[in-house]
Design a protein around this ligand. Sequence first.
Ligand SMILES: [Zn+2]
Length: 480
Amino acid sequence: MIKKILKIALGAFLLLLVILITKTISSNNVLPTYTVENIATVSDSSAQHLSAAIQIKTVSFGDTLAIDTAEFLKFRHFMETTYPTIHQKLTRQSFNQFSYVYKWVGKDTTLAPYVLMGHMDVVPVEAAAEKKWQVPSFSGMIKNDTIWGRGAVDDKVAVISILEATEQLLKENFTPARTIYLCFGHDEEISGKRGTKIYSQWFKDNHIKPALVLDEGGQIDSQHFKGLNKSVALIGTNEKGYTNIDLSVEIPGGHSSMPVPETAIDVLNKAIENIRAHQMPGAITPTVQELLNRTKNGESFMKRLVLSNLWLFNGLVMKGMEKSKETNAMLHTTLVPTIIHAGIKDNVIPSVAKATFNSRILPGQTSDDVVAFVTKAIHDDRVQVKKQTISLMEPSAVTPFDGAAFKKIENIIYKTVPNVIVTPYLMIGATDSRYFRNNSEAVLNFAAAQDMKGFHGIDERIGKSDLNRMISFYKSFIKD
Ligand SMILES: [Zn+2]
């Protein structure tokens, strides 16, 4: 009897092994063979132009804080004088004064247009951080073939690269096959509601449905996929949702010399701890699954076996990915307290304590799921839970990986970037392009840069070679 059971067990094990290995071998990716086109070295003036753009302080300070309109006017003047052909040959519309939509009419106006996006505003540099910079933060200094300063990567390099590519092609009297809109927002860093939201609505109101919208987001990653011996071009195909959840506790306060056992702060504190104790249930969504699949070549056989058989090893793979904050954010809705308010005086127990959680919602879940999770985790009627509606954005739809738009970007990457694997990617941060997602099935996020440094931090900078590649990329995009 035991012998028979052992035999069956061994048979089952061998069968499983055959299935696992067959799946591993059959799902091996065939890497494309391709030749990179010669990237013409762009004249040094492009770097000078990016440097000049950085020196104009188009800062978005905060949602309720005013901008320095003189700087934004300066930026407009800079665009007009630096790119005269664009301003001669294309029409420009302004939205809320400082966001612009340029229209470049194509040969065939019956074709759905393309949209190229970038934002001109930047985040501020804190006074405390300024001294840590190697160069003054708005100097736009060009040093060691690198352009330094706030906005060098986020996102003036995109704005300048799009303008450079367009100006150069216009000078060659080039006309694109279909109409192309160049869209530059002025408030991406403070939600895009005054700029991009309004001009993207203009597209909708005028029944202009773009065949492709390309914005910042993904880039060329040469650091996170060590086993591959290749860079990975990450094209953002969908975005996580965004919501803020407000917690509020009201318990009569009093004199701090005679505290009650539980104050409003204590109750709020416990609520925060309970929310943070566990994550919402996660999942390997289709975009992440495709990313794992396309990048598994070069990994060891065992790792490929695991990644090729997610039906069995889903939990194991998730556990591994949950160890890093970046990959964890691709698997889970995240929830983190970002604002907390209580108390006005050291000897008064406050009667109100409030906190705000910022949440990025995983595709497949909704903001209502987040509220339900938070309410259940707190499990205390004294804590009021309320979802903010003003900033709410549910997770976006996915731009298909096998669609024409994705293929177009994929092909241009193969033309302009050597030794690279292209993959879809779930955007864990929000971009301006989300406002187009209800008016286009093909919104993608990608910048053809390899070595962007200092996003929102110190020593923000980009190399001339990246600037060159980005200009070539946009030129190919427009000509393709
Ligand atoms: Zn940005």
